[in-house]
Design a protein around this ligand. Structure first.
Ligand code: KIV
Length: 271
């Protein structure tokens, strides 16, 4: 029997064991109670309360506008819907870049006010002091390298990162720094598959990829993309398992028609 089926509550330690055993780790986003219940009941290992909520839930163009208060609201809703998964919350842009004290204060608010189990931060060497300070306070930290959407205005595009040798070398060295500092896992976003595999093989901590190929220890997607609720976002790495946008739109159109034609409610749907 796989580790997956035995686990009552997923811990960072169990994720490490999964890597050791070669069992792939599954991770998906959720931003609310109902979605978290579905994803958790299905047996996902890790739920990420991503700052992609800024795009998916609030309709912003980037992840930059979402606030710490809003992330705490999303995270506490998710935590109430979860029995088994490890819940990881993104530190939003502007809540940790100032200094390590600010990073710790933001983290403590997330942990106290949402009940989540870990936090995720974008960046390598430049945020290492903050990561160390948070870890000293006993909070597990997940790193995030490659395409880091909070830096979109520095990159200028959402294209694949670290294709050039210098950027690839910096990513590899940052990944090692994050592991040495004590991060329990690392997300690699939109980088060449060969580089992601090299990073994965050179680290003992689990590496979770999004658009980083199959040579990593696990995969993460935005749940709304997987369900086909979001429509405009169609990167090569995305596999859509449903087309809920069309199904939901069709259901609403049918409801409107039923109301207009007085078919709804019928005799059995009233008191
Ligand atoms: O915010 C998010 O959803 C993420 C994933 C894409 C990894 O950071």
């Amino acid at each position: 029997m796989s580790v997956h089926n035995n686990i009552r509550k997923v811990t960072t330690h169990q994720l490490h064991e999964m890597k050791t055993r070669g069992e792939r780790i599954s991770m998906l986003t959720a931003y609310d109670y109902s979605m978290a219940q579905i994803v958790d009941a299905a047996g996902i290992d890790v739920i990420l309360v991503g700052d992609s909520a800024s795009n998916v839930m609030a309709g912003h163009e980037t992840t930059l506008p979402i606030t710490l208060d809003q992330m705490i609201y999303h995270a506490s809703s998710v935590v109430r819907g979860v029995d088994r998964a490890l819940v990881v919350v993104d530190l939003p842009f502007g809540s940790y870049q100032g200094n390590s004290k600010e990073a710790l204060t933001s983290t403590i608010r997330i942990m106290k006010e949402s009940g989540a189990h870990a936090i995720k931060m974008e960046g390598g060497e430049e945020i290492i002091e903050s990561i160390k300070r948070i870890l000293t306070a006993g909070v597990p930290v997940m790193g995030h390298l490659g395409l880091t959407p909070q830096s979109i205005y520095k990159f200028g595009t959402y294209n694949v990162r670290a294709k050039e040798e210098a950027e690839a070398a910096k990513l590899l060295s940052d990944a090692k720094l994050l592991e040495e500092a004590g991060c329990f896992a690392l997300v690699l976003e939109k980088i060449p598959a060969a580089l992601a595999e090299q990073v994965t093989q050179s680290l003992n901590i689990p590496v979770i990829g999004i658009g980083a190929g199959g040579g990593v220890d696990g995969q993460v997607l935005v749940a709304h993309d997987l369900f086909g609720i979001t429509q405009q976002f169609s990167p090569r790495f995305l596999r859509r398992y449903l087309n809920l946008y069309d199904d939901m739109k069709g259901a609403v159109q049918q409801y409107i028609a039923d109301v207009k034609s007085r078919d709804f409610p019928n005799q059995n749907e009233q008191y």
